[in-house]
Design a binder for this molecule. Sequence first.
Ligand SMILES: [Zn+2]
Length: 254
Amino acid sequence: MRQDTVLIEEMTWMEVRGTIAAGKRRVIVMLGAMEQHGPHLPIGTDTYLGYAVGARLARRLGDALLAPVVSLGYSVGHLPMAGTVSIEEPTLEAVIADVCRSLAKHGFREIILLCSHGGNYHALANALPRLRSEHRGVRISAIIDFEEWVEATRQFAQREGLDMTRIGVHAGQGETSLMLAHRPDLVQMDKAVEGFTGDASTRWRSKVPPPMDTMSPTGILGDARGSTAGLGEKMLAERVERLAKMIEGGLLAR
Ligand SMILES: [Zn+2]
């Protein structure tokens, strides 16, 4: 029997209609990706983590559902590695607009747009002004700056006595631990290695990120060794709590 769920894709249309009518008037849209994540994590990592964060956030807010995670993102820098599927930024902007247009028809009062992949922030930022003018009756909340995630993770690392360069921004101790918490069946820890641990900020500060293989031949930014499910659980809990407070405080709606 199906368990209680906050995922729209697991519900029937009548359940979605009834749930909105009963007061769940927020909907979360996570923007994921299909891109290489080193020798030890699956191509779908950012999309799986979109489900992990989105579903927990929906439950934590109590009045929200999770829309189907947008599983393709802007991943051009990862294309040298096999299996990566990237869509261009204008395509992603159009997808975001169409998803919001669909959801806005059903009676949601707030659409919350979040990235579980760093490459999607520019497209989301570009799409936002038009979304807000198109849907005046719906609050559109979003985080449009990757630095927010970097700063939150830096603070977490400091509190926990962890090394930010090892947590990394891609397939390092951070994402690997999150996957060990959410989908351990898809993690191959025997293949987890150290990747590039220098300054990777050119990746999200430049319009077209440098090809990943020129920076890290394994595709890891950070160090995947030493990742644990316990650390992943802690990171997930922190992330969800931080996001929930930002949403409840109206910080994302400006
Ligand atoms: Zn990732």
